[in-house]
Design a protein around this ligand. Structure first.
Ligand SMILES: Cc1ncc(COP(=O)(O)O)c(C=O)c1O
Length: 464
């Protein structure tokens, strides 16, 4: 054992999703011994049916070949420039061409004249969360992050790594964060001596809250953020996993005000999670030490150069291929790419919501579920207070019904649990994104899973 005297080092709590995956093999064994089939309504992973990389790999190879030809080298045996670049120490900003193309395509989709110099590559949106936290933690003074109750577990895990950071959370209603609480929490955090740099949220397809914020609520929150001088960190993995009609899609915060927002784009859901391609985008300017002004993107670049030095250039080039069509012309939009994924998620969402409505629709005094306009999740609530969705309940769901679901209580930040010790203990996060099967089997498996879930919910809530 290394006898290092490190009293400041604390063990971070293990998240409920991690605990769940650790105990799953044992619970799965119990369920299978009883002859029960395992039903996945817990995992938040992209569906295997839409993440087969083989088509992408072929397109990427053809695109790279096209780049080689476009270079027009005199000596055919010489190393193509894009290949040299992909396997060398590169730039912290990643390949310029990828940022330029992405700015045009993404900017066109969301109506923003994006500036490529404001795009900072990150290692997934996870890396974006870490980057923006690191930026403000450096000052060393007490810091408070405003976020939702419930909030994304990955944000809580990162935010609580810093021992001089705390979370001031804001309850959600059916439209988004409650504006009065949002404002009050900013004031409370400041009154306690904290710097309050930003509000972290997932406005589209909220993970775990299972809905998207309304337009009017976005505007209200933005107004308060501007007045209070607080940035909005918008984590946007599900922007394209969007079930609204094209005319009804909400504008993300960065389209409403790119100077007030730090937008976290990730290729994990629209493309693939493995390559870890993502960008932080912001046009914000900050007042920093000695009254100086600095572009947030510049500060993030310096931070990133110490954190990751440079992103994997080959992965970003691969993403660039995704931004081009089969004939290598630049896409105008990422929606056709999303559409290939949406077919499966749209169908799964419908199976879930139709199943709930058919089986539980007559008991809306006992059960409530969110109807997600985007993302992977619906939050299911047992009304009436006679069901407690704690760890024992979750274990019982697996052992007695073969159902894997995620409890909500762990997604509530500590201050929210002080305000309401029962927060989330009547809720489950139900995901419709993942199963082990494809095509007709997938449809059948999900229908079965929903039927078993509804039967279990009725039995556990005492509905005859
Ligand atoms: C809200 C949210 N943020 C971030 C992530 C992680 O994204 P990435 O794979 O880009 O790190 C997820 C993945 O589930 C998520 O739901």
């Amino acid at each position: 054992m290394t006898n290092l005297n490190a009293p400041g080092v604390v063990r971070q709590p293990v998240s409920v999703t991690r605990k769940m995956s650790a105990s799953l093999p044992r619970l799965r064994g119990i369920a299978q011994d009883k002859g029960l089939k395992i039903h996945h309504l817990g995992a938040g992973y992209p569906h295997p049916e839409v993440t087969d990389p083989r088509g992408f790999i072929a397109h990427e190879a053809a695109y790279l070949e096209h780049l080689t030809e476009r270079e027009g080298r005199n000596d055919p045996d010489s190393l193509p420039e894009h290949l040299r670049e992909s396997f060398s120490y590169g730039d912290t900003l990643g390949p310029l061409s990828t940022r330029q193309v992405f700015s045009r395509v993404y900017g066109n989709d969301w109506g923003v004249a994006m500036r490529p110099e404001c795009l900072i590559p990150t290692v997934g949106a996870t890396g974006g969360i870490s980057l923006i936290c690191s930026l403000f933690e450096h000052a060393g003074s007490p810091i408070a992050y405003i976020t939702d109750a419930p909030t994304y577990a990955g944000f809580m895990a990162r935010a609580t790594l810093c021992q001089h950071a705390s979370i001031f959370s804001v309850e959600l209603d059916a439209e988004g964060p409650v504006p009065e609480t949002f404002e009050r929490q900013i004031h409370a955090a400041r009154a306690a001596g904290n710097l309050v740099p930003f509000y972290y949220t997932v406005p589209d397809g909220h993970n775990p809250a299972g809905f998207s914020f309304s337009e009017s609520r976005r505007l209200e929150i933005l107004e308060i953020a501007r007045r209070e001088g607080v940035l909005i960190v918008e984590d946007a993995p599900y922007l394209y996993i969007n079930f609204a009609e094209p005319g009804d899609r909400q504008k993300p915060f960065f389209a409403l005000d790119p100077a007030q927002t730090v937008h976290l784009f990730t290729g994990s859901k629209i493309g693939f999670p493995g390559p870890r391609v993502a960008y932080l985008y912001s046009e914000a300017e900050l007042t920093i030490a000695d009254g100086e002004t600095a572009a947030l993107a510049d500060l993030a670049l310096v931070q990133a150069s110490a954190d990751i030095l440079f992103p994997n250039p080959a992965a970003f080039r691969g993403f660039e291929a995704l931004l081009h069509q089969a004939d290598f012309s630049e896409r105008r939009s990422l929606w056709p790419v999303a559409e290939e994924k949406l077919e499966v998620y749209r169908e799964n969402r419908k199976i879930l919501l139709d199943g709930f409505e058919a089986e539980l629709g007559a008991h809306k005094d006992v059960f409530h579920w969110t109807v997600p306009a985007a993302g992977f999740f619906s939050v299911f609530t047992f009304l009436g207070g006679n069901v407690r969705t704690d760890d024992a309940f979750i274990e019982q769901m697996v052992a007695d019904y073969g159902l894997v679901v995620i409890p909500m209580y762990d997604f509530y930040p500590p201050d929210a649990r002080v305000r309401n010790p029962s927060a989330g203990y009547d809720q489950l996060r139900i995901s419709f994104c993942f199963s082990e099967s494809a095509g007709d089997e997938r449809r059948k498996d999900l229908q079965e899973a929903v039927a078993v879930f509804c039967r279990a919910a009725k039995a556990l809530a005492g509905v005859v």
